[in-house]
Ligand binder design. Structure first.
Ligand SMILES: Nc1ncnc2c1ncn2[C@@H]1O[C@H](COP(=O)(O)OP(=O)(O)OP(=O)(O)O)[C@@H](O)[C@H]1O
Ligand SMILES: [Mg+2]
Length: 411
C-alpha cells in the first residue's frame, strides 16, 4: 500500500530522474560555436548576387546563447528586398539544423550606403575571381540523398523524388554521384550516352523529363575511359559540376554513394548550398549508420533537412500490414536529428522490378502504394526546401548600383 508521502517521494524521484536525463542530453549535444554558425551561413546563397551571406558582408552579428538560441543580425541590401523571405527562411532552416540549436532569431536591418557599396564591390570581385564556377545556377536547390549503409534505397529514392518533383512542373536534374557503383542508368533504362557540345562541355541525357548525368553514361572511348580511371572520386564529381551544361534547373537531386567520405566533402566544397535527405530503413542498425552520415554532414556543414524511411512495411493483397524490417527507425532518426520524417515508403515488389527494368514506380505505377508515398514525401520535401525565387530583381540591382559612390565604378 502506498502512502501519500511514499507516492510523493516516487513522483519527485521520477522528476529528478527526468531532469538528470534532460541535463545529460543537453550536455551531450555540444552547443555550436559562433564560427560553426558562420560556416553554416556560408551555405546560404544570395542567388541574385551569386555569393553567400558571409562573403557578402550581410552577417553583422551572431550570438549563441546557453539555451541554444541563435540570434543573427542580418543586413539586407535594401529594406524591401524581394529575396528577404527566402534568405530568412534558408538561414533559419540551415542554422536550425545544427545540433544543440533550439531556436534561430533573425533580426534584419537595411544596409547603409557604404555597406551596399562594399557588397557590390565584393560581388563583382567574386564574379571575376571565380573563373571556374560550377555550371549550376545559384538558384538551383541541391538535394543530396544519402545514407550510411548500402542498399537502403538511396538510388530508388533519389530517382523517384526527382521524378515526382519534375511531375510538379519543375526543371529537375539527377546526378549519380556513385561514381563507380552507378545505378541511375539502369533505374531509368537509359541507353543513350552523354555527348559533348562544341565548347567541349558535357550535355546531360534527358530521361523522363530529367537531366541525368552518371559515369555509366560516359562514352566508353579509350580516351574517356583513361581520363575517368585517372581521376579521384572527388575530381569526377568536380567534372560533373563544372563541365556539364545543366542549364537552369530548379532542383538537382544527387544520388550519393554509400558511406561517407571524399564525395561528400567535395560536394560541400563545390556546392555549399547542398542540403541532405537521409534515407534509412526501419531497422535500428541502419538508423545508427544513418546517424553517422548525418554527423559527417554536420561536420562538413551540409544541413540535414529531412529523413525518409524506406522499406517500411509491406501491405499484402488482403490489406494486412506487415512490418518485416521492424518499425520506428525513421521516426527515431528524424527525432534525433530534429528534422521532419517526410515519408515512409512501403516495401513494394514493383520497386524491385522497376529498379531492374528501368520502370520507376512514380511514372509507371503511379497508383501503387510506393508511388503514392513518394509523391507525398516529395510534397513535404518541396515545402521544406521550396524552389528558389527567381523573380526579376533588376530593380534591386539598379538601386544597388545607384547607391555606388562614383569611385567604385572604376575597375
Ligand atoms: N521500397 C522498396 N520496396 C522494394 N524494393 C526496394 C524498395 N526500395 C529499394 N528497393 C530495392 O532494393 C535494392 C536496393 O535499392 P537501391 O539501389 O535504391 O539502394 P541504394 O541505397 O542506392 O544502394 P547502394 O548503396 O548500393 O547504392 C534495389 O533492388 C531496389 O529495387
Ligand atoms: Mg545507389
Amino acid at each position: 500500500m502506498y502512502s501519500f508521502n511514499n507516492w510523493r517521494f516516487q513522483y519527485t524521484a521520477l522528476h529528478r530522474q527526468r531532469d538528470c536525463y534532460l541535463a545529460r542530453r543537453r550536455t551531450m549535444t555540444a552547443m555550436p560555436t559562433r564560427s560553426d554558425v558562420m560556416e553554416t551561413l556560408k551555405g546560404v546563397i544570395d542567388p541574385e548576387l551569386g555569393s553567400d551571406l558571409v562573403d557578402l558582408g550581410m552577417i553583422q552579428d551572431v550570438r549563441v546563447d546557453d539555451d541554444g538560441v541563435v540570434t543573427i543580425d542580418l543586413a539586407l541590401t535594401i529594406a524591401e528586398c524581394p529575396m528577404r523571405n527566402q534568405i530568412e527562411s534558408d538561414t533559419v532552416r540551415k542554422v536550425g539544423s545544427l545540433p544543440g540549436v533550439t531556436r534561430v532569431d533573425v533580426r534584419t536591418t537595411a544596409m547603409t550606403k557604404q555597406q551596399r557599396a562594399d557588397l557590390m564591390t565584393t560581388a563583382r570581385f567574386r564574379v571575376r575571381e571565380r573563373a571556374e564556377p560550377t555550371k549550376l545556377s545559384p538558384t538551383t536547390r541541391v538535394i543530396a540523398v544519402s545514407s550510411g549503409k548500402g542498399g537502403v534505397g538511396k538510388s530508388s529514392a533519389s530517382t523517384n523524388l526527382a521524378l515526382a518533383t519534375a511531375a510538379r512542373g519543375y526543371r529537375v536534374g539527377l546526378l549519380d554521384a556513385d561514381i563507380w557503383g552507378f545505378s541511375i542508368p539502369r533505374m531509368l533504362n537509359i541507353k543513350e550516352r552523354i555527348t559533348a557540345n562544341e565548347d567541349r562541355n558535357l550535355v546531360p541525357v534527358e530521361a523522363f523529363g530529367l537531366k541525368v548525368v552518371s559515369t555509366g553514361l560516359i562514352v566508353e572511348s579509350e580516351e574517356t575511359a583513361l581520363m575517368w580511371r585517372g581521376l579521384m572520386l572527388s575530381k569526377a564529381l568536380e567534372q560533373f559540376l563544372k563541365q556539364v551544361e545543366w542549364g537552369d534547373l530548379d532542383y538537382l537531386f544527387i544520388d550519393m554513394p554509400p558511406g561517407t567520405g571524399d564525395v561528400q566533402m567535395a560536394l560541400t566544397r563545390l556546392l555549399p548550398q547542398a542540403e541532405m535527405v537521409v534515407v534509412t530503413t526501419p531497422q535500428q542498425a541502419a538508423q545508427k549508420v544513418a546517424i553517422r552520415v548525418a554527423d559527417m554532414a554536420r561536420r562538413s556543414f551540409m544541413p540535414v533537412v529531412a529523413a525518409l524511411e524506406n522499406m517500411s512495411h509491406f501491405v499484402c493483397d488482403h490489406g494486412q500490414t506487415y512490418e518485416l524490417f521492424g518499425s520506428g527507425g525513421g521516426a527515431e532518426l528524424a527525432d534525433m536529428l530534429n528534422v521532419p520524417l517526410i515519408g515512409s515508403i512501403p516495401i513494394d515488389p514493383l520497386m524491385v522490378a522497376g529498379g531492374d527494368t528501368g520502370l520507376p514506380v512514380v511514372v509507371h505505377a503511379p497508383d501503387s502504394p510506393s508511388a503514392r508515398a513518394f509523391r507525398e514525401a516529395t510534397e513535404r520535401l518541396l515545402e521544406i526546401v521550396p524552389p528558389a525565387q527567381d523573380e526579376t530583381c533588376t530593380g534591386r540591382i539598379a538601386k544597388l548600383l545607384e547607391a555606388l559612390p562614383v569611385t567604385s565604378h572604376s575597375e
